[in-house]
Design a protein around this ligand. Structure first.
Ligand code: ABU
Length: 387
């Protein structure tokens, strides 16, 4: 029912429909995150924040600087308007007081985090929206920011499936003690060996995953094992989506945190990999065997100048958002990447978004697809190895 009491059909609006099978079909409805109220999280076993030059040395926490938050919110609002101007319906989360202490029967944590980036939390597969487990205590309650939107979608679309993965305990048993003291001291080769073996901060005590570690390619879902996603999380997803082929993947990324700045689908038959972050050789062969071209992204513009208080890598440049299989939103300063994408046949929509980076992501991270026009398809008819 529309706000004026009329149904969507009566008011002339397109009916709300949850439907998205991949990341490139024409976008009709999306969530765009908010920076409002974001905090640098209090210390917790899952993650280490240490910004000695930016006012938040190890062990300190609190609200992000007001000016940075205002600038990021302005860019997010402008992006939402840009999308609306293209006829795309946009929903926004409802921020909470993220400075407040949170607790479960197992632990108390002095702060939350924020409601950027929504992509970390919500995964749309077909008519289902799944709330991920998350693996940070500071993000345990983040789903509450999205409940008003999810409730409205549930009320508007009779066919929407609203699911939530099991809320994790996140006791100390879920983390390898001392990980953040030792891992940064390892050589690149040693770190890569740990990534390959998936011997990182999370234990296998319970299923854990972020939604942004799942790349959707129709019938095939690729789940990156990372700092925030464990094997048990992959196993849970595999059982949850029995009609899909759900693959666990790693890459040559020493700091794996979300697949959407590593292995980025652009359109059927074309995937972008972010520089040195190569996928497993077997996965690359699987893509090639199915006639997918793999292109290496050019070096990001922000390579030598990471923004203040950012925990993301410069590869956020590759964190682009498809409006359809021919049109990509790209951060406006990533001119070389834009040129590369134009040479591959895309229309590029430049979007000022640099101020959003310190709030956890780029254009893909900052959004969640609610509706993309399209159906479930099989883009990989030829199997290879364990794929
Ligand atoms: N949330 C995306 C972060 C990706 C990266 O730092 O590479």
């Amino acid at each position: 029912m529309a706000r004026n009491g009329k149904t969507a059909a009566e008011s002339g609006a397109r009916p709300v429909k949850v439907n998205a099978w991949n990341g490139w079909d024409p976008l009709r409805h999306v969530i765009v995150g908010r920076a409002t109220g974001t905090v640098v999280q209090a210390p917790e076993p899952a993650v280490r924040r240490d910004f000695p030059d930016d006012g938040f040395p190890l062990g300190t926490y609190g609200p992000m600087p007001a000016g940075m938050t205002a600038e990021a919110d302005a860019q997010l609002d402008d992006f939402a308007e840009l999308l609306r101007g293209r006829g795309i319906r946009v929903d926004r989360p409802t921020p909470l007081d993220f400075t407040r202490e949170v607790a479960t029967p197992d632990w108390t944590h002095p702060s939350m985090s924020g409601c950027m980036p929504p992509r970390d939390l919500l995964l749309t597969v077909g008519n289902e929206i799944l709330e991920a487990t998350m693996s940070y205590r500071s993000r345990w309650f983040e789903y509450l920011c999205y409940r008003p939107v999810l409730q409205a979608l549930f009320d508007a679309d009779e066919d929407m499936r609203w699911e939530a993965a099991p809320k994790p305990r996140l006791t100390d048993a879920s983390y390898h003690a001392g990980f953040w003291d030792t891992y940064p001291t390892l050589s690149t080769e040693e770190q890569l060996a740990r990534v390959r073996a998936h011997d990182l901060v999370l234990t296998e005590a319970e299923p854990l995953f972020d939604a942004a570690d799942v790349a959707r390619f129709g019938r095939d879902l690729f789940v990156q094992l990372s700092f925030v996603t464990n094997r048990s999380g992959h196993r849970w997803l595999k059982r949850h989506f029995p009609e899909h082929r759900v693959h666990a993947v790693t890459s040559t990324n020493t700091h794996p945190l979300h697949i959407d700045a590593t292995w980025v689908p652009l359109r059927p038959g074309l995937v972008l990999h972010c520089g040195e972050r190569l996928a497993d050789a077997e996965l690359m062969e699987f893509f090639r065997r199915n006639d997918w071209e793999i292109v290496e992204a050019v070096q990001p513009a922000s390579w030598d100048h990471p923004p203040k208080l950012s925990y993301c890598s410069p590869w956020l440049a590759g964190n682009v958002l498809n409006l359809d299989p021919r049109t990509l939103c790209v951060e406006e300063k990533e001119v070389r990447l834009a040129d590369q994408l134009v040479s591959l046949g895309f229309e590029v929509v430049p979007v000022p978004f640099r101020a959003v980076g310190p709030f956890g992501g780029g254009l893909h991270c900052a959004t969640v697809d609610i509706e993309r026009e399209g159906t479930l398809e099989d883009y990989f008819p030829r199997r290879h190895g364990r794929y």
